[in-house]
Unconditional design. Structure first.
Length: 428
């Protein structure tokens, strides 16, 4: 199991779900692992009985990068931090960030030329990284973005090993790797603490996420704010959680559009109805088909492809008694392709997201952003970013897939297209 699981984690999970159904049990070393493949079971873990679960121990390694940020912290501390961070993700704020999203998408589209071949996944990563740097820290950081980018790449690699459930059982970091990682983290910390100092010195709300985190006071709780270390942890978390996910969603969407010309034409008609001016945050209501395309793309290729929880106490699921300390795994990739909830699951069909169609499905048959108190805090940010980038770029360009076979999925922290995405840029 250990070898199977290490080598081919996702196919192993997909096959065992097909073979054994809604609850699959297996052991990896001493770990008792339960894979839950039914929306009701998933709802019970993420929502109904969420108090009986913690995030998995695998996150311990992620803590080396993220400290006690929202993604990795637990219990009352997590609740307090979530309350403090929430205003930074308020609707009005997201709309303001939306203007930066369009500005950066416009810059990216202006840098391309007709007929050029690119690794579109790299382009999307660069774009979403620039956006999160801008919205999180304001313009100051742009001059350092290369340095931050490099430090992040190293920390990301460590994160790949660290974030998935049980990776600590599977991988032992070799020493040179740890050294490289520590150096990268130190560089990243230096930059972030300097930016925090600059923000604290002015004490102003500069409109970015960081100043919101610095100004936040826990009025419902102890009345205090965040220390520099806490702000650093949250900033790092948002930095990491906030761009690779969206970049993947975008990459897969461009790929799917390139394979479905009729859907692509309808998408173009919707985008063109904006009359050629740059999209604005308030245009989201005028881009319902674009939203449906993105939703359907995240069904087939959910950027977060699995979440894990550890049971505190014994509990009962589907008539089985599950012992305390068991790991529960829930995979968006598997549930989103379950024919009981998504008929003809391999077909890319944005019409599934017409409100009346979507309303007929159980809630947790689709959970790209998770659920319960640990639901993604950046969900609205992610939708806004995805839709505005798609619309802005599609006003000028379409992409044609250059690979000879469909791209394979590479399930790291997020579901990447294996080997990137080789695309030719074509002027519309
Ligand atoms: C398409 C884009 C995105 C997807 C699919 C996504 C997915 C997720 C999922 C599934 C979780 C829950 C993990 C779990 O339950 O174990 C999560 C949590 C989180 N996400 Fe996202 N995310 C996206 C974009 C973003 C963005 C743009 C940000 C920030 C700007 C962000 C910040 C976070 C944070 C801070 C958490 C931890 C929340 C908590 O536990 O309180 N995400 N995300």
């Amino acid at each position: 199991m250990l070898i199977e699981f290490a080598r081919r984690r996702l196919p192993f999970m997909v096959e065992s779900a097909k073979k054994y159904g809604d609850i699959v049990f297996f052991k990896v070393g001493n770990e008792r692992i339960y894979l839950f493949n039914h929306p009701d079971l998933i709802r019970d873990v993420l929502v109904t009985n969420q108090k009986n679960f913690t995030k998995s121990r695998a996150l311990d390694r992620a803590k080396r990068v993220l400290g006690e940020g929202l993604l990795t912290s637990e219990g009352d501390f997590h609740l307090r931090q979530r309350r403090l961070a929430q205003p930074a993700f308020h609707r009005d704020r997201i709309a303001a960030y939306g203007r930066s999203m369009v500005e950066y998408a416009d810059r990216a589209r202006s840098s391309w030329s007709d007929g050029r071949s690119v690794n579109l996944h790299d382009e999307m990563m660069r774009l979403t990284l620039a956006i999160v740097a801008k919205t999180l820290f304001s313009a100051d950081v742009e001059k350092e973005s290369t340095e931050i980018g490099e430090a992040l790449t190293t920390t990301f690699d460590a994160f790949n090993l660290g974030i998935l459930p049980f990776s600590e059982l599977l991988e032992k970091l070799p020493l040179p790797y740890i050294k490289r990682f520590e150096a990268a983290r130190a560089r990243l910390d230096k930059t972030i603490y300097r930016i925090i100092d600059e923000h604290r010195a002015t004490g102003e709300d500069t409109g970015d996420l960081l100043s919101m985190l610095l100004l936040a006071q826990d009025t419902e709780g102890d009345g205090g704010g965040m220390t520099d270390v806490q702000v650093r942890d949250e900033a790092m978390t948002i930095f990491l959680a906030g761009h690779e996910t969206t970049a993947n969603a975008l990459s897969w969407t461009w790929y799917l559009l390139s394979q479905h010309p009729e859907i692509e034409s309808r998408f173009h008609r919707e985008v063109d109805a904006l009359g050629g001016r740059l999209p604005r945050p308030e245009d989201l209501a005028r881009l319902p088909f674009t939203r449906m395309i993105l939703a359907e793309s995240m069904r087939l290729y959910p950027p977060a492809w699995a979440v894990g929880r550890r049971a505190i106490n014994e509990f009962v699921a589907g008539g089985y008694s599950i012992p305390a300390r068991s790991m529960v795994l829930m995979s968006q990739y598997i549930t989103h392709r379950d024919p009981r909830f998504h008929p003809d699951p391999e077909r890319f069909d944005p019409e599934r997201w017409l409100p009346e169609m979507a309303a007929m499905r159980p809630k947790f048959s689709y959970f790209p952003f998770g659920g319960g108190t640990r639901v993604c805090i950046g969900e609205q940010f992610g939708w806004m970013e995805g839709i505005l980038i798609l619309a802005t770029i599609a006003q000028k360009w379409r992409f044609r897939f250059l690979g000879s076979a469909p791209p394979e999925v590479d399930p790291k922290i997020t579901l990447r297209p294996a080997g990137g995405l080789s695309m030719r840029i074509e002027r519309r």
